[in-house]
Design a protein around this ligand. Structure first.
Ligand SMILES: O=C(O)CCC(=O)C1=CC=C[C@@H](O)[C@@H]1C(=O)O
Ligand SMILES: [Mg+2]
Length: 370
């Protein structure tokens, strides 16, 4: 049966993060993003969220390129071609190269709409089986080690199951020595966000001393060859993030031995269908996966939780509760990580309702397509 899409609304929202988030590239303080509302004209609304930042430091996409791609290419494709299942969306969008975050924003709304039309939860529609998922927390770089330790202490008190720290040259070994002296057994991972090169090989080998769960994307954002060389000499498992944009990328990285873990972000890979395909492939190959985050508001967060309910997501994701990011989120109820556990919603679709008051409060623009 065709999934009817009568109208698509792009709500432009602007929200300020509770705490600025600093990586090796810079600091995010505000988020501009789209909440995509897809109406079937029969009483169902599906929601998606665009996750690109305002500047292209993580990947080439930005909030503005997301708007351009959706408005001028992807929305016309969706409105003019029948779709029978959300899996058809990624096929339909193949004529547009890359721009995965723009594609994922709309595809996420189609998945939510479809699940609501079918009267099932998004988690179930995706094939998820877990009733609850473990939450991890990503802590941005802090001005001092004392501030970092304080943040870690709070996160541990809140029950988060693992902590991810951001590192870069000059802010890695010494920081980890200090951190490990306070927390010898805590599950810790680090994220380099491409701040190193193969010239740092010996330096990165020193990280093996800290029993890290993994190191995320130490080398270039578009590399899989050097990562394979690095993985052959370090014991710490390498997790690829920025380098994986498709199932093909995942296959090649695994074949080369570039990583032992993959961070799956639906936005980075073009949506939930491809995210699920990468999950299935990695499970078959014995490669670990977990669900990354993009400092999402409620809709994107809800979709990540639904995805994380698939059996192969064995590490806790970057899916802290709403209150870690926002004074007020845009969904009801907000996402709560109780003792580091998030309950997977069972009501239809994403399982959270849009807080219309919050939507209006944070909205600075709107475009309607039908
Ligand atoms: O959403 C979260 O809590 C995790 C955020 C996070 O660690 C990242 C988001 C976006 C870009 C990066 O800096 C980083 C990552 O690389 O995973
Ligand atoms: Mg990362």
């Amino acid at each position: 049966m065709t999934i009817s899409i009568k109208q698509i609304t792009l709500h432009h929202l602007q929200m300020k993060l509770k705490h600025p988030f600093t990586t090796s590239f810079g600091t995010v303080e505000n988020k501009d993003f789209y909440i995509i509302e897809m109406d079937d004209g029969e009483g169902h609304q599906g929601y998606g969220e665009s996750v690109a930042f305002t500047a292209p430091w993580y990947t080439e996409e930005t909030f503005k390129t997301n708007g351009h791609m959706m408005r001028d290419f992807l929305i016309p494709l969706l409105l003019n071609n029948p779709i029978e299942h959300p899996d058809d969306v990624s096929k339909l969008f193949k004529s547009v190269k890359r721009n995965n975050m723009a594609k994922a924003s709309l595809e996420g709304a189609v998945w939510d709409l479809y699940a609501k039309q079918e009267g099932m939860s998004l988690a179930k529609a995706l094939g998820g089986t877990k009733l609850e998922v473990e939450a991890g927390i990503a802590i941005g770089m802090q001005p001092t080690i004392e501030q970092l330790l304080k943040k870690m202490e709070t996160s541990i008190e809140q029950g988060y199951k693992r902590v991810k720290l951001k590192i870069k040259p000059g802010q890695d070994i010494e920081v980890l020595k200090e951190v490990r002296s306070h927390y010898p057994d805590l599950p810790i991972m680090v994220d380099g966000n491409s701040a190193y090169t193969l010239e740092d090989m010996a330096h990165l080998k020193e990280l093996d001393a800290f029993q890290l769960l993994m190191i995320e994307q130490p080398l270039a954002h578009d590399d899989i060859v050097d990562h394979a060389k690095l993985q052959s000499v370090i014991n710490t498992p390498i997790c690829l993030d920025e380098s994986i944009h498709s199932l093909e990328d995942a296959k090649k990285a695994i074949e080369l031995g570039s990583c032992k873990v993959i961070n799956i972000k639906p936005g980075r890979v073009g949506g939930l269908t491809v995210a699920k395909q990468i999950h299935d492939y990695c499970v078959a190959k014995g490669v670990a996966v977990w669900c990354g985050g993009m400092l999402e508001a409620g809709v994107g967060r809800a979709q990540n939780i639904a995805l994380s309910s698939l059996a192969g997501f064995e590490f806790p994701g970057d899916n802290a509760g709403s209150a870690n990011y926002w004074e007020k989120d845009i969904i009801k109820p907000e996402v709560i990580a109780e003792k580091g556990i998030i309950k997977v919603q069972t009501s239809p679709g994403i399982g959270y309702v849009i807080d219309q008051e919050a939507l209006v409060k944070f909205k600075i623009g709107e475009e309607i397509f039908s």
